[in-house]
Design a protein around this ligand. Structure first.
Ligand code: F6P
Length: 760
């Protein structure tokens, strides 16, 4: 194949083709565009024959796409369709990567292009791995600040050379390269280079451009730049980091509003790690995506929907626009509907069909139509003394509904059927059975209106089910199921604790939204927690994240967060549909403290796995029972201290000696008594678990999840992964009913279906 190589630089575009060693060039410069490249190439190569092109561009390139406009040229480079413009296949490389490929001598090589900026690339066994190392922190600045032209000017030649060699060694070690090649214009300043460092040359770019087509596939982007962040993990034990830096707790501490405190100093981080993570947030556009969300842009791209749960708790006068329309009037109307209805049930003006007061509310829903309100209703138990009792039925297992109904009376029970789509199999099955149970006793179809209300976006299906429009509470497709607790889905909460308290939950969430929207990244609690989430999941390799509320009423918080985090970020392709090359959502799990301490904390303290943890605790409690709260707080704080400090071999032996054990017994027991420590935790403290602090906490977690998804460039707002199981369940359900044996599945599924049928 005949290849034309186009090397785009800040002052010239250089050209060479497979046919001859002759190079040509034409001028580029400030304001230079891809269209000018095309015109210049065509004008200068009319007499050259080629079948394909390689174009080197001074900008980050991921999977053949330019990710940022080059700082030293014009605009229009991101998204430009080169293949269409030339009518030939084109490979786009970062210019440093192209030089790197040309300088490759086998093995694993780190290439540093010393020019006005700093180009970086890794070539591993002939394959290019895109790397963006230049903006990582180095000596309180960035590598590019010191190793690029600015550094040369500021440091002077001798100091700059030292900085280059030291920085090159640091980066080489971080990416585990066998050798370094220094290229770019400024490499000429080195007369000699130490062992392990070789000299490249600008002319090598052409060779790289030709080689790009020798490879079956260019592997740029196969490894994420996130992996290179590992170099910023602390080398010391947390114990030492605390001992060395008395201000550590202060440095890694955040306050939001008057009542929420976050101590993240017991995480495996240093100031450098945080600088690198904050740089990552900026580079991956977390703030821009956040602003798009608040502006109502359709950031749920696979469903072409806005993501506007923040509008549901917008307590300001600011309009919230979706499709050019302010949605706030509808949001307020829906809230008014909830207020009027919940007040009438709570004060007894709206009764059941016999005139008796409603004493019990059964919410039928699943996933986001269950977990949020169920968790909040439990969390707000201290506020639920003067309303009806709430029950939550979600599982299609008939036991769930049957157990719930056993102690209820139809005349005093209200059903809220909650389903965004109103087609979810489990919810509709439960709703139908609840209606049968009710009618079997009430024996009056008209009584349904007093005992069944719907919460949905789908009025056609709601009508079909037999619920009149006036008994329907609305929400909208721009509210995701797992983000819907702030909408009409919160109706059971209003019924349980009163609309006023529900509004305070919204107030708390709004306060967190404003913080997330406006605080700089360094002080932005959800962004910092999100970055720590990425740090553990994608950089340090933690497969799971434990949420440990030292608050009995937050018992369902881990389950709620499982849906929030794992349904949002359990994704393997990015927004453009390309495979994500790092680990995304961890497995989220947890139980309230102190119970967890007597179950799985053994693994946290002495197991082999890295688990990141959140400890949540209130400074005050609603229950003034003896000494309980002091003991609860003590346990929470002691656990984070123990995880961090651990117990050394010497300390373990000292304790055993004090117990007068023999030397042999000490040798035998000591390894079992050692705690490695250095195990991370974040402590989230709030004044007292009330509606406002709960709202803040939940919005904190929502935006943390948002931040993680934004860094990973995934769509956190769809959930295609739940569809296949739903589809197959419909088929299996039919097969279970059909006569005769089933043979249409794999042998295992057939066998199990037939087993279930014959036992029935
Ligand atoms: O299981 C997937 C899911 O779509 C969740 O995202 C959602 O919260 C749940 O099902 C319930 O959906 P619906 O509210 O439409 O019944």
């Amino acid at each position: 194949m005949r290849v034309l190589v186009v090397d785009v630089g800040g002052t010239h575009v250089k050209l060479m083709h497979s046919g001859s060693p002759e190079a040509r060039k034409f001028d580029s410069g400030d304001g230079f565009t891809p269209q000018q490249v095309v015109a210049g190439v065509n004008a200068n190569t009319a007499d050259w024959k080629y079948d394909a092109l390689t174009i080197g561009i001074p900008s980050p390139v991921l999977r053949g796409a330019v990710m940022e406009e080059p700082w030293n040229l014009g605009t229009g480079w991101v998204g430009f369709d080169w293949a269409a413009a030339f009518g030939k296949p084109v490979r786009i490389l970062n210019d440093a990567a192209m030089q790197a490929l040309g300088s490759d001598e086998g093995g694993r090589m780190l290439f540093l292009g010393l020019g006005s900026g700093l180009g970086t690339a890794l070539v591993d066994d002939g394959r290019i791995v895109a790397l963006e190392l230049a903006h990582l922190p180095y000596r309180d600045q960035t590598f590019e600040d010191l190793l690029g032209q600015r550094g040369l000017k500021a440091l002077g030649e001798a100091e700059w050379k030292k900085a280059v060699l030291e920085g090159a060694e640091l980066l080489r070690a971080a990416v585990a390269a066998e050798y370094v090649v220094l290229g770019g214009g400024n490499v000429r300043l080195f007369e000699s280079l130490p062992e392990g460092v070789r000299r490249g040359g600008n002319d090598k770019a052409f060779e790289g451009g030709f080689r790009a087509w020798d490879q079956p596939e260019i592997a740029d982007g196969a490894t994420s730049p996130l992996e290179s962040l590992k170099a910023f993990a602390p080398r010391e034990h947390l114990r030492e980091l605390f001992a060395r830096d008395p201000a550590r707790a202060e440095r890694f501490f955040l306050t939001v509003g008057a009542h929420l405190f976050i101590d993240y100093s017991k995480n495996l981080i240093t100031t450098d790690s945080m600088t690198a993570l904050i740089t990552l947030a900026r580079k991956t556009g977390v703030e821009a995506l956040r602003d798009q969300m608040f502006a109502g842009a359709p950031i749920n791209s696979t469903e072409q929907r806005a993501v506007m749960h923040v509008a549901l708790r917008n307590r300001s006068k600011r309009p919230m626009m979706v499709d050019g329309r302010d949605v706030m009037p509808e949001v307020r109307a829906a809230l008014d509907h909830m207020r009027a209805f919940s007040e009438s049930v709570r004060n007894g003006t709206r009764t059941g069909y016999t005139g008796l007061r409603i004493t019990d509310v059964v919410n039928i829903g699943i996933g986001g139509s269950d977990l949020g309100p169920a968790m909040v209703a439990q969390a707000m138990t201290p506020y639920a003394h003067d309303g009806p009792r709430t029950h939550f039925v979600s599982n299609v297992d008939g036991a769930h509904l049957a157990d719930t109904l056993r102690s209820l009376h139809p005349a005093t029970t209200l059903f809220t059927i909650a389903s965004k789509t109103f087609t979810t199999q489990e919810t509709m099955a439960n709703a139908r059975s609840a209606r049968e149970w009710f009618l079997a006793r009430a024996k009056d179809q008209a009584a349904i209106a007093k005992h069944f209300v719907a919460i949905s976006t789908n009025d056609a299906e709601v009508r079909k089910f037999g619920i009149a429009p006036e008994n329907m509470f609305v929400f909208w497709d721009w509210v995701g199921g797992r983000y819907s607790l702030w909408s009409s889905i919160g109706l059971p909460v209003c019924l349980a604790i009163g609309y006023g308290h529900f509004e305070q939950i919204l107030d708390g969430a709004h306060e967190m939204d404003e913080h997330f929207r406006t605080a700089p990244i360094e002080q932005n609690a959800p962004i910092i927690l999100g970055l720590l989430g990425v740090w553990y999941a994608s950089v340090l390799g933690a497969a799971s994240h434990a949420v440990l509320p030292y608050e009995q009423h937050l018992q369902r918080l881990p389950a709620y967060l499982q849906q929030l985090e794992m349904e949002s970020n359990g994704k393997r392709v990015d927004r453009a549909g390309h495979a994500v090359v790092v680990e995304t959502s961890p497995v989220v799990w947890g139980e309230p403290g102190t119970n967890g301490q007597h179950a799985f904390f053994q693994l946290l303290h002495q197991g082999t796995r890295l688990v990141s943890t959140d400890f949540l605790v209130g400074i005050e409690s609603h229950d003034q029972l003896g000494d309980h709260h002091r003991l609860l707080v003590a346990n929470c704080l002691a656990q984070t201290e123990a995880l961090m400090r651990g117990k050394t071999d010497a300390e373990a032996r000292e304790e055993l000696t004090a117990q007068r054990l023999s030397g042999a017994a000490i040798d035998e027991l000591a390894p079992h008594k050692v705690f490695p420590g250095n195990r991370p935790s974040t402590t989230i403290m709030y004044r007292k678990l009330g509606p406002r602090s709960l709202g803040m906490l939940l919005a904190l977690y929502e935006h943390r999840v948002f931040t993680m998804g934004a860094v990973w460039q995934i769509n956190s707002f769809d959930q295609w992964g739940v569809e296949l199981g739903k589809q197959l369940a419909a088929t299996v359900a039919k097969d279970l009913l059909a006569a005769g044996d089933t043979a249409s599945h794999d042998s295992s599924t057939n066998h199990l279906i037939n087993l279930a049928k014959h036992r029935a």
